[in-house]
Every structure is written in structure tokens, then in C-alpha cells.
Design a protein around this ligand. Structure first.
Ligand SMILES: [Zn+2]
Length: 381
């Protein structure tokens, strides 16, 4: 293990505040996820011990949520010069809490500091670069992402420093470029362009890239088995599955059928896929919402399909630019209520904004196009 030999690394596994243990990973680490702590880097509380106390004492987690913490305020003299201390906080094989439903395959690395205001110093950049190079050498993870590049976290102001620039720091010897993304992807049940974008490798294929690389594609009409171009590939094929096309059309509304199928595959809701937006579909949507709130925000809700006060209190504000499964649920409920967002794809774009505004106007809410508690409560009521 190269990383364990870094001279600025201090092994504090088992020595930080904890209350139980994190379970072992059941999936290999594919993502190295970069965080900041939102605490000013020079403050007394800006270190691994304080984050552990907060995660355990306040949040009730089993231990600190990161595998590594880089501490700019604790400088270590190494043969290569001054370096920010790297605390090895949790064994890399532990599935710690830091990115909700992506924890299983994600390694959490936190650089202490609030990089909305702090600037990053040389000793910290060097530690990021050297830790990154060592992890790449050790084969730990394939892709690097900021916290807010992970599914469900686009709203989060983390990490606010340019981790990719840090990797290129002059002293670092990152041996390989990240693996390239696959060329072509085959659509599976429940896929949206958004979920596909996040299966990518190399520097992050974005939804916009996928749309550009697949001219003529309709993001709302992805078919199982359809192959789409992954953006960085030489291949330029978009071949809708002919068999799917010639299938006799099913009952009800096609978008409602697609929503029902997606809910069944994502949340095991066992809906009859009949294209009819009945009360069971609505209940299943609430179950999906509750499941997502538990996964993404640890809301601790009972998944009962009843839209109550506790569910309401856990809701984020959704606005243009939001992406992910909660946005998908918003679009689905809008569609079911007769406000077509022009695409139920998990991406809050202009169509969704217009649909939210129209719904708000019709319901005497402030028509700002932002789906907050009041709007969502009206939608689910
Ligand atoms: Zn974070």
C-alpha cells in the first residue's frame, strides 16, 4: 500500500470518537469522492478529531464519515518539504457515511477548510496530490468526483476547491490517467440519461455530453436494449431497438406506464403497469420519495406511502438545475396531476420549471418555479 507509506500520514483508525463500527463494503471502491469540511481551515475544530465528535455525537453515526482527512493546520515536515497532515481515519474497506446511497463504492476524502472563503496552501495541495497518486498506484478507486458530482448531491456546495488542479501539482506522480469511459451503453430498465451519466468514468460524462453525442435522442423515450453513444467515443450510432418499436402499444398513457415501471424497478412497488394514474401509483410515488429522503438525507422516515408532516419536513427545495431521483419523482407527480414537465428524466430543466409555475399559479402559490415544501405538499395532497 503506497498510501500507508506517505510520511505525512498518521494512522488514527480506532483512535477517533466512535459508537460502534461501520459495516464492511460489499462492493469494490470505484469512486474517490472529495469533500471539504465547511469549517475554516485554521480553526481548532478543523481536524479529524472534531469531525469524528460531530459525526458521532451530533449525527449519531458509528464513526467519522471519511476514510481520510487532510488537515491544513497540522503541518508535517517530510523529506519532500512541509505537508498537511493526512489522518487515516477509517479502514478503506469500511462503508462509511458521506454520499448516501453511493457509500458502498465510494471512498470519502475530506480536506479540512471552508473553500468558499479559505484559499488552499501549497502544503495541502501537495498532500492531496500525493494521496491521490498513492491511491491510484494502489488501485483504490477508478474515478474522482467532488461530493456534488455524486447522484443526489448536485445542490451541495462541496467541495469548492478544484481537486483536479490539485492532482496536477508539480511534485505529484500520478501514474495513470483515469480509465476511459466505455464507448457505448445499453439502456436498462429504469435508466434515465442522468443515471447513465453517472455510470461513466474519465472526467465525468455529463447529461449534456450524452445529448450532444446522441443527436436525435429523446431522453424521455429511452428503450430497454437501445444503445447510446457515450460521448468520448468514435462510434456514432444510435439504434433504437426495432423489436420494441413494432410491439403493440399497451394500455393507458405511455409516460404513466414508464413511471410505473421505473417505480417498480427502483422501489419494488409492485404496481400494475397499466398506464392509469390511480391512487396506487400516487402512493408508490410517496414511497419512492420517502426512500430517497432516507437514502440521501438520512431522514429516518417510515416508508408507508403516506405524505405526512415528517416527510414534508425532510424535503429539499428543488429548482432548475436539480438532478436525480427526487427530481424524477417531482416530474412524475407533475405529470400525473396534468402538468406535463416535457420529459420525466430526472433533470429539472425549463419544461419542469414551466410545469411547476403553472401548477403554482393554479393553486395560488407564489409562482417562482421552485418546488419547495408548500408546492410539493399541494402536489402530494
Ligand atoms: Zn461533502
Amino acid at each position: 500500500m503506497n498510501f500507508a507509506n506517505l510520511p505525512q500520514l498518521v494512522d488514527m483508525r480506532g483512535k477517533l470518537k466512535s459508537k460502534g463500527t461501520y459495516s464492511k463494503r460489499t462492493k469494490a471502491i470505484t469512486h474517490r469522492v472529495w469533500h471539504h469540511s465547511l469549517t475554516k481551515k485554521g480553526l481548532a475544530g478543523s481536524d479529524a478529531a472534531s469531525f469524528a465528535a460531530y459525526h458521532v455525537g451530533t449525527l449519531g453515526w458509528p464513526g467519522i464519515g471519511y476514510a481520510f482527512v487532510i488537515e491544513p493546520k497540522n503541518l508535517i515536515d517530510t523529506p519532500n518539504g512541509k505537508r498537511a497532515r493526512i489522518v487515516y481515519a477509517n479502514d478503506i474497506n469500511r462503508r462509511t457515511y458521506h454520499v448516501g446511497n453511493s457509500n458502498q463504492f465510494s471512498l470519502g476524502i475530506c480536506v479540512a477548510g471552508d473553500y468558499r472563503y479559505d484559499t488552499m496552501d501549497e502544503a495541502t495541495i501537495a498532500s492531496i496530490a500525493e494521496l491521490h497518486a498513492a491511491l491510484v498506484n494502489d488501485g483504490i478507486g477508478k474515478y474522482d468526483k467532488a461530493h456534488n458530482e455524486m447522484p443526489g448531491y448536485s445542490w451541495k456546495a462541496c467541495c469548492q476547491y478544484n481537486y483536479r488542479n490539485a492532482f496536477d501539482w508539480k511534485g505529484s506522480k500520478t501514474p495513470t490517467k483515469p480509465a476511459p469511459a466505455p464507448d457505448v451503453y445499453t439502456i436498462q430498465e429504469g435508466d434515465t440519461l442522468w443515471s447513465i451519466a453517472h455510470k461513466d468514468g474519465a472526467g465525468g460524462v455529463q447529461v449534456e455530453d450524452l445529448i450532444k453525442a446522441n443527436p436525435g435522442i429523446d431522453p424521455t423515450k429511452l428503450k430497454i436494449g437501445q444503445k447510446i453513444n457515450f460521448g468520448n467515443a468514435k462510434v456514432v450510432i444510435v439504434q433504437p431497438d426495432k423489436k420494441e418499436d413494432t410491439k403493440p402499444s399497451n394500455s393507458g398513457d405511455a409516460t404513466v406506464r414508464s413511471i410505473q415501471k421505473t417505480l417498480n424497478s427502483r422501489y419494488e412497488t409492485k404496481l400494475t403497469v397499466d398506464g392509469i394514474p390511480g391512487p396506487k401509483t400516487l402512493t408508490a410515488l410517496v414511497e419512492g420519495l420517502q426512500t430517497e429522503l432516507n437514502k440521501q438525507y438520512k431522514s429516518g422516515l417510515v416508508v408507508d406511502g403516506i405524505y405526512g408532516r415528517k416527510t414534508m419536513a425532510s424535503l429539499p427545495n428543488l429548482k432548475k438545475g436539480a438532478k436525480g431521483n427526487i427530481t424524477y419523482i417531482l416530474q412524475a407527480i407533475l405529470y400525473l396531476k396534468g402538468y406535463d414537465p416535457k420529459g420525466v428524466d430526472g433533470i429539472f430543466g425549463t419544461g419542469t420549471e414551466k410545469a411547476v409555475k403553472a401548477f403554482q399559479e393554479a393553486n395560488h402559490l407564489t409562482a417562482d418555479g421552485i418546488a419547495g415544501r408548500d408546492t410539493l405538499s399541494k402536489l402530494f395532497a
